[in-house]
Design a protein around this ligand. Structure first.
Ligand code: NAD
Length: 275
C-alpha cells in the first residue's frame, strides 16, 4: 500500500469514529514560513561573549537572572514571527477546520501566532506554550495583555531595551517586570493559561492524532502521543527527522510516518479529510 492509500485508510477510520481529529503542531510547521526551530544553528543567542541554547534562555531562572536580555531575545523573536506569513500547511489546517467544524482541534506548541493569523478559530486552537505577542504579570490572577504597541516590532539582534521600553514592559501593578506570555522549560502546564486539562481530555477522546513538526522534547505533547498509541487510534507523524514521535508511530498498528516537510504533507492530509 502506498502512502496516499494508507493516509486515505487512516483518515476514513478516524472519520468513522467519534471524537475530535486532533492536530499537534511544533516549530517545524512554521519553518517554511521562515521562523527558525530551536534545533538549528539559528536557535543560538549571544549574550555578552556567551552563546546560549534556547533551552537555557527560555527559563524562569534565566529571566530572574537577566530580565532585560531575555526580553530582548523575545522581542527579537517576536519581530521574526511578525515578519513571517502563514504557509501552505497552516492554510491546509484552516481548510480542515472548515470541513470538520467542532470535530477539529489544534494543539500547538508554537508561540508565533501563525495558526491564528492563518484563520484557525481561537476556540479550537490551544496555544499550550503561550503566544509571543502577549505578556503578563506574575500575579495570582495574571492578566494576559498584548505587548504594548510602543515596543518596536522590528527589533534587531543587538538592540537593548530603552528606558521607555522598560517602563512599557513593567508589571501592570507597578514595580517589577511583566514577563513574556510563554511557558518556560522549567515551568509546569496549567489549565487557566495553557489549556492543559482540555488538551489531555481531547487526547483521551480523539479519533486521530496528527503530529506535525515537533521533536518530542516537551511533556504535554509526549503525553498526547502516548495516549494515542495506547488507544490504538490513527497516529500520523509528519516531519523530516526521526524523533520519539516517529518511533511511537512506527510501533503503533495504526501509525504512519510521513517523512518530509509540513508544506508537502499537510495539504495531502487535508484533502484526505475532505477539505
Ligand atoms: P523543535 O525546534 O524542538 O523541533 C522542530 C521539529 O520540526 C524537528 O523535529 C524538525 O525535524 C522538524 N522540522 C523542521 N523543519 C520542518 C518542516 N519544514 N516541516 C515539518 N517539520 C520540520 O521544536 P518543538 O518540538 O516545537 O519544541 C520546542 C519548543 O520550541 C516549543 O516549546 C515551542 O514553543 C518552541 N518554539 C516555537 C517556535 C515557533 O513558535 N515557531 C519556534 C521555535 C521554538
Amino acid at each position: 500500500m502506498d502512502a496516499d492509500e494508507r493516509i486515505a485508510e487512516l483518515c476514513a477510520t478516524a472519520l468513522e469514529r467519534e471524537g475530535p481529529v486532533v492536530f499537534l503542531t511544533g516549530a517545524g510547521i512554521s519553518a517554511e514560513s521562515g521562523v527558525p526551530t530551536f534545533r538549528g544553528a539559528e536557535g543560538y543567542w549571544k549574550i555578552g561573549s556567551t552563546n546560549y541554547q534556547p533551552e537555557a534562555l527560555a527559563t524562569r531562572v534565566a529571566f530572574e537572572q537577566m530580565p532585560e536580555e531575555i526580553w530582548a531575545w523575545y522581542l527579537y523573536r517576536r519581530g521574526v514571527c511578525r515578519a513571517a506569513r502563514p504557509n501552505a500547511a497552516h492554510m491546509a489546517l484552516v481548510s480542515v477546520e472548515k470541513v470538520l467544524g467542532d470535530r477539529f482541534l489544534l494543539v500547538t506548541q508554537n508561540v508565533d501566532g501563525l495558526h491564528l493569523r492563518a484563520g484557525t478559530t481561537a476556540a479550537r486552537c490551544y496555544q499550550i506554550h503561550g503566544n509571543i505577542d502577549f505578556m503578563r504579570c506574575e500575579d495570582e490572577h495574571p492578566r494576559v495583555r498584548e505587548v504594548p504597541t510602543s515596543i518596536s516590532v522590528d527589533w534587531p539582534k543587538a538592540r537593548k531595551l530603552s528606558e521607555a521600553d522598560r517602563a512599557a514592559l513593567s508589571c501592570c501593578g507597578g514595580g517589577g517586570w511583566s514577563r513574556p506570555h510563554v511557558l518556560w522549560f522549567d515551568e509546569s502546564y496549567d489549565e487557566e493559561l495553557f489549556r492543559f486539562e482540555s488538551a489531555m481530555n481531547a487526547g483521551a477522546r480523539a479519533s486521530m492524532l496528527v503530529v506535525i513538526g515537533t521533536s518530542g522534547a516537551t511533556t504535554l505533547p509526549s503525553h498526547l502521543v502516548s495516549i494515542a498509541a495506547h488507544r490504538g487510534i490513527p497516529l500520523i507523524v509528519v516531519g523530516p527527522d526521526d524523533s520519539p514521535f516517529t518511533r511511537a508511530a512506527y510501533g503503533a498498528p495504526n501509525g504512519l510516518v510521513l517523512k518530509g516537510t509540513a508544506g508537502e504533507w499537510v495539504p495531502v492530509l487535508s484533502r484526505a479529510l475532505g477539505a
